[in-house]
Design a protein around this ligand. Structure first.
Ligand code: ATP
Ligand code: MG
Length: 775
């Protein structure tokens, strides 16, 4: 067997065909766990073994982590030397590299800063204030979203302002000045020599559009282009790929329409559905066998995704073990949910001897992690969290990074504002305001004003002028040293020279101790960075190369620790493409999952796809859990289990008793029966007293009773049968609610109870069997 045959022998027949077809464009559309990423990985190995040079292969992944893993895998297949030279990474990392090389063409310098979301929002806040707009109407996060959407659709500020439809949409949303904010934001970024995340894609497109020679250069360089998770590319990304590949047509993309979960960020599922329109000669491959999960998990996920109207029909099957049903946990409160999960993890760890690294807890929103952290800590289960507040987002780290940014690019306004008075050196807000106003008046950066305060007639007293000049000299001294020092040496220089270490060492409060540790961690991390790069044969180990990596870390890449023996916690969005032996999907409740913000059918379908992604991460065992009450934004909320639970064929689930009695049977009843039952308090209350006649006669009687026009007498009362207005009560079917009214109707006490998302119900106390849980 030659090398290529040996390689292909690790694949099934459809995968083999997809890997070996490299004569033209190809598209793999297939369900979760069917080996799409494996096909890409093997295709790269195949191309390398066929003689293609690694530096002529461009492979785009969704996260840096995915790129690292793929590179590792390829290294084991064809050798580390070859894998090393591949162009492999996220769109943002690959194209920022390219933009640095070509920055001057676009009016930037190669040391441009990449603004993260916090920088962008801070700048927007300043602009909104400057324009004297109300930041409760012009919310920085909303405006940021609008600008981001525009950029991902390649609408520059000029185009945005002249687009009538956008203006109308903004006016309808009562934010008609969005275009003006966008224009000012774009010019400020330019002045600061900074690009935000979306700019990296926008400017790459502008570069390719305006500089055909540059485009041609890269077209020749990348002889083969591969993209994973193509269903989540946006228009800007799609166009970059199309421009690079349209001449030689050597492109291979893989994706799954059922896993498209980023439309809120402008991802367009049409990119995959209409791939053939852009590459008419493309060949379509389908993979059907799932290698990841048990039969039960695959069948459950299939039955769920069937409920979406818009989807490409796929036949996905598994030949793995049948596996257990998906166990569903019900908890009274979110705290109890945490305990349930921690207990189950412990149980499996002890009885089945799975290491903790085989477990993942997946949730809809980052805020849900806290409850699980507490429960896991109590059980001594080690864990790591992806996303959330990462190491690089901590205050003390961001302060040091702001100095680094200034050293590389002193025009960086957000960095300058952050550290001009940190550590405190007596430069107050008024002075900073003066510098900023002056800079904007003269259309220059704050650094230029700072460099020549006399020319710009800043109007500060001699004392302040002296402090400003000291700060300028400090930054200058770093800039001067920078070319001679590596990133590690520079870090030591800055942390000491700027007085940051001294500032966090003034006392030994736990807070300051933790800051010191973090700073040391950063410095030693930079030491490691330099060593690793040298070992890899890289000569670029300065601050610039360190910062170009750090500024591209995305939420999905951030983990507080890489230790292998830990349970993983992450949002479902971050879990895309990954797999775990045991998966817990938590917070399966209406208002949380699907999120309370969705209302259109297409948004519900996106949330359902997200649930599909979650289930299909599991290899052996999958668990789903919901809580009936939960603290959110400081408020106790009551909610129903998610409607999506009802979308899974029940033969694949192990449902808790309360779900079956309260919600499960509902699926089997018609609307009319349901209505009838709602009118009859007795029908739900079992066991029924022998004397109660649950017939139509009884039901009609109740209808009559509840209808006050029927000549009955109604009298308001504050309490009855041990229950009072304001009490929190539990009902067998409707869950937990609050008593809002009690009245006596023809001698029968009737309570009106607000069951949150389960609605407000009027219940006869003698039948309803309400249990008081809080007076
Ligand atoms: N032919 C095969 N033989 C053995 N294992 C396979 C084969 N194909 C895929 N696998 C394994 O199945 C798992 C799922 O494969 P992979 O991650 O490539 O699927 P995917 O289609 O990319 O999934 P997702 O849609 O979740 O991204 C991996 O562990 C992979 O190694
Ligand atoms: Mg994959």
């Amino acid at each position: 067997m030659n090398q290529l045959e040996e390689l292909l022998s690790h694949l099934n027949e459809s995968q083999r065909q997809a890997v070996a077809y490299n004569e033209g464009p190809s598209l793999v559309i297939a369900g979760a766990g069917s080996g799409k990423t494996r096909v890409l990985t093997y295709k790269i190995a195949y191309l390398l073994l066929s003689g293609l040079h690694p530096s002529s292969i461009l492979a785009l992944t969704f996260t840096n982590k995915a790129a690292r893993e793929m590179k590792e895998r390829i290294a084991t297949l064809v050798g580390r030397d070859k894998a090393k030279w591949l162009w492999m990474g996220t769109f943002h990392s690959i194209f920022s590299r390219m933009l640095r090389a070509e920055a001057e063409k676009l009016g930037f310098t190669s040391g441009f800063t990449i603004y993260d979301t916090a920088d962008s929002k801070s700048l927007l806040k300043t602009i909104i204030k400057e324009l004297q707009l109300d930041d409760k109407v012009y919310k920085p996060a909303v405006i940021h979203g609008r600008i981001s959407f525009a950029k991902n659709n390649l609408l520059t500020a000029d185009k945005y302002q002249s687009n009538g439809d956008l203006y109308k949409a903004d006016s309808a949303a009562r934010i008609p000045r969005t275009g003006d904010i966008y224009a000012l934001y774009a010019s400020r970024c330019r002045q600061a020599n900074a690009m935000d995340f979306d700019d990296l894609l926008l400017y790459t497109n502008i570069l390719f559009r305006d500089y055909p020679d540059v485009l041609n250069n890269y077209r020749q360089r990348f002889a083969f282009i591969l993209v994973d998770e193509y269903q989540d590319t946006n228009f800007a990304q799609h166009l970059i790929v199309k421009r690079l590949a349209e001449q030689h047509q050597r492109i291979s993309v893989v994706g799954d329409d059922a896993q498209s979960i980023y439309s809120f960020r402008g991802a367009n599922i049409d990119n995959i559905l209409k791939f053939k329109n852009h590459f008419p000669d493309s060949k379509l491959f389908k993979l059907e066998q799932n290698y990841r999960s048990t039969q039960n998990i695959v069948a459950a996920a299939n039955s769920l995704i069937q409920k979406n109207k818009t989807q490409i029909q796929k036949n996905v099957f598994s030949e793995n073990a049948k596996g257990q049903r998906i166990q569903v946990f019900s908890a009274m409160t979110d705290t109890e949910e945490g305990f349930n999960i921690a207990n189950k993890v412990s149980e499996i760890h002890l009885t089945q001897h799975h290491p903790f690294s085989d477990f993942a807890i997946l949730y809809r929103t980052n805020a849900q992690s806290r409850i699980f952290e507490e429960a896991l800590r109590k059980r001594n289960i080690p864990y790591k969290i992806y996303g959330g507040l990462s190491f690089y987002q901590r205050k003390e780290i961001k302060d040091v990074l702001a100095y680094f940014r200034l050293v590389i690019n002193p025009y960086d306004e957000e960095a300058l504002k952050r550290v001009i008075n940190y550590p405190a050196r007596g430069i107050g807000d008024t002075t900073v305001g003066k510098i900023s106003d002056c800079a904007h008046l003269h259309h220059v950066s704050m650094w230029e004003v700072l460099s020549d305060p006399l020319q710009f007639n800043l109007g500060v007293n001699a004392g302040t002028a002296g402090k400003l000049s000291k700060f300028r000299e400090l930054i200058f001294s770093f800039i001067e040293k920078s070319p001679q020092l590596d990133a590690y040496e520079m870090a030591q220089e800055v942390v000491k020279g700027a007085g940051i270490m001294a500032d966090v060492s003034v006392d030994t409060s736990p807070e300051n101790l933790s800051k010191q540790e973090n700073l040391q961690e950063l410095v030693s991390g930079m030491h490691e960075f330099c060593e690793q790069r040298v070992n890899e044969g890289e000569t670029e180990i300065g601050l610039v190369s360190f910062m170009s990596e750090v500024s591209l870390l995305t939420d999905q890449d951030n983990t507080n620790d890489e230790d292998a023996e830990k349970l993983t916690m992450m949002t479902i969005h971050s879990a895309k493409g990954l797999e775990f032996r045991n998966v817990f999907i938590v917070g399966m409740e209406e208002g949380l999952f699907p999120s309370g913000y969705v209302d259109s059918e297409s948004e519900v379908e996106e949330e359902r796809r997200l649930f599909y992604v979650a289930i299909t991460r599991a290899e052996e065992q999958c668990f789903i859990s919901y809580a009936k009450s939960r603290f959110r934004n400081g408020q106790l909320n009551f909610q129903n289990p998610s409607r999506f639970l009802g979308d899974i064929d029940q033969q694949y689930l192990d449902l808790p008793i309360d779900y079956k009695t309260m919600y499960g049977r509902r699926q089997e009843r018609s609307i009319d029966q349901e209505r009838e039952l709602f009118s009859s308090p007795t029908a739900y209350n079992r066991p029924q007293p022998a004397s109660t006649n649950v017939g139509s006669h009884e039901t009609n009687k109740w209808k009559k009773l509840s209808n006050s026009s029927g000549g009955s007498t109604t009298q308001a009362v504050q309490s009855a049968g041990g229950i009072a207005v304001g009490n929190t009560v539990r009902h067998e079917k409707f869950g937990i609610g609050q008593v809002v009214n009690i009245e006596n109707v023809d001698g029968n006490n009737k309570a009106t109870v607000d069951f949150g998302t389960n609605g407000t119900r009027a219940l006869l106390l003698k039948y309803a069997k309400l249990e008081v849980i809080n007076r």
